[in-house]
Design a protein around this ligand. Structure first.
Ligand code: KE4
Length: 427
């Protein structure tokens, strides 16, 4: 595959950007080689600067649930942009998107938009601390909630893929109140509440983990977690930045019928533009300035462009049968890839929830961080490269999720499975 333009562009980018990227998750460090520079997206496909065309399962790490360059998203965005890009004053689009989001997630009675998932989780935790008057938080090994100081502890995604112990620059004081537990282990949570009575403000988790690869909650786990939180006066915070409109149109909270106290959102609700949000019960959101004392602000929060892209995206997603069709497509891909692995005699564990899937290179079930970390990441790297050579672009790390869009049709599925049948032989 000719990647000469990407090679040239990467050499230039590395003089300007650390590692030539604006996010380590794109750097290809865990898989080797170098990142490809993309020229454009077309539905389910990415086209790089050398003209190589790939079926895309990254979809900007989740947001592009309708596929790249959706004509209605682009048209509505152009019409909105023609009226200006940001006002520093309210616009009706913020209320419109807020109502739309809340129609999918009834646990959210009031919402605040921000500009990234990191801001959403950071603000959600500040809110939980403000509402409870407590300082400690519990997060989980392998969960990634963005790069706010207090959450960069045993995090997933590229932090795990790059094997970073935890980031320098995060002072011990910033993480002194961050407790780390094991996903899918209720006993460990009960022990933490017993060890720190009346000190824990909340438990934050990815209700379906997507940053250690895809790992669903065990049956009853989320209900047990909620019960423990409320028994000890703590809040349950769902980080649905990734799972929102991905595991179900109403997120994991609808899929598993467990209502959190606070939800953090991002990705899909911005339709590919920078966005985040946090929301919850009205009595909790009353804490947020200017109606309450908890301060949080943002120059471009709720900007018309991100709001419009989100409105168009969520409106399109309401088309009857569309989401179910995407889940069916994801199942066909997951099953086809698993069959290709079996044909090649390569042991993998295939996890899928809704439109998210992940092939772990291990022959053991993957139910938490330790079992995910058991995966053969070198085998994944060889598989990744072979898939790339055969026209399929996956997330460049084992500890990420694959995403499917409404644009992934039978041709894309067939291409993917054909590529997998070749790629597993290279593992
Ligand atoms: P952002 O700040 O990147 O918008 O969102 C942070 C975040 C919060 N919560 C969850 C569950 C997330 O998955 C993320 C971000 N996800 C990563 C991919 N695993 C984004 C990719 C990247 O960091 O470049």
């Amino acid at each position: 595959m000719n990647i000469s333009k990407s090679v040239e562009l990467f050499a230039e980018a590395q003089q300007v950007l650390p590692g030539g990227v604006d996010s380590p998750a794109r750097a290809f460090r865990p898989v080797g080689g170098q990142p490809l520079f993309m020229d454009r997206g077309e539905g389910a496909y990415l086209v790089d600067e050398d003209g190589n065309r790939f079926v895309d399962y990254v979809l900007s790490f989740g947001p592009l649930v309708l596929g790249h360059a959706h004509p209605k998203v682009l048209a509505d965005l152009a019409a909105t942009a023609a009226k200006g890009t940001s006002f520093g004053a309210p616009s009706k689009l913020e209320t419109q998107l807020g109502k739309l989001v809340m129609s999918f997630m009834p646990s959210i009675e009031m919402i605040r938009f921000v500009n990234s998932g990191t801001e959403a989780t950071m603000s959600a935790l500040r809110l939980a601390r403000a509402y409870t008057g407590r300082n400690k938080i519990i997060k989980f090994k392998g969960n990634y909630h963005g790069h706010a100081d207090m959450l960069l502890v045993q995090a997933g995604s590229a932090v795990a893929s790059l094997g970073l112990p935890d980031s320098p620059g995060v002072p011990p004081a910033a993480v002194a109140d961050t407790l780390v537990a094991q996903f899918n282990d209720l006993d460990g949570i009960a022990e933490m509440f017993a060890a720190f009575p009346d000190e824990i403000a909340c438990v934050i988790l990815e209700p379906v983990a997507g940053n250690m690869g895809v790992v669903p909650p065990n049956p009853g786990y989320l209900a047990g977690l909620k019960e423990l939180c409320h028994k000890h006066g703590a809040l349950l915070v769902f980080d649905e930045v990734m799972t929102g409109w991905r595991v179900h149109l109403g997120g994991a909270q609808t899929l598993y019928d467990i209502q959190p106290d606070i939800t953090a959102l991002g990705k899909v609700i911005g339709g590919g533009l920078p966005v985040g949000a946090y929301g919850g019960r009205k009595e909790i959101m009353q804490q947020v300035a200017p109606i309450g004392p908890m301060y949080q602000a943002g120059t471009l929060s709720g900007n018309p462009l991100a709001m419009q892209a989100g409105i168009t995206t969520l409106t399109e997603l309401q088309k009857p049968g569309l989401f179910d069709q995407m889940v069916e497509t994801t199942t066909k891909i997951a099953e086809g890839v698993a069959e290709a692995a079996a044909l090649a005699g390569v042991p993998i564990t295939q996890n899928q929830v809704g439109t998210m899937f992940c092939s772990f290179f291990t022959n053991q079930p993957v139910t938490d961080w330790p079992s995910a970390a058991n995966s053969d990441t070198d085998a994944f790297a060889r598989f990744f490269m072979a898939m790339l050579e055969n026209g399929v672009y996956m997330a460049p790390a084992q500890f990420e999720a694959g995403f499917v869009s409404a644009a992934h049709d039978s041709e894309a599925v067939d291409k993917t499975i054909a590529a997998a049948r070749v790629a597993f032989k290279a593992v």
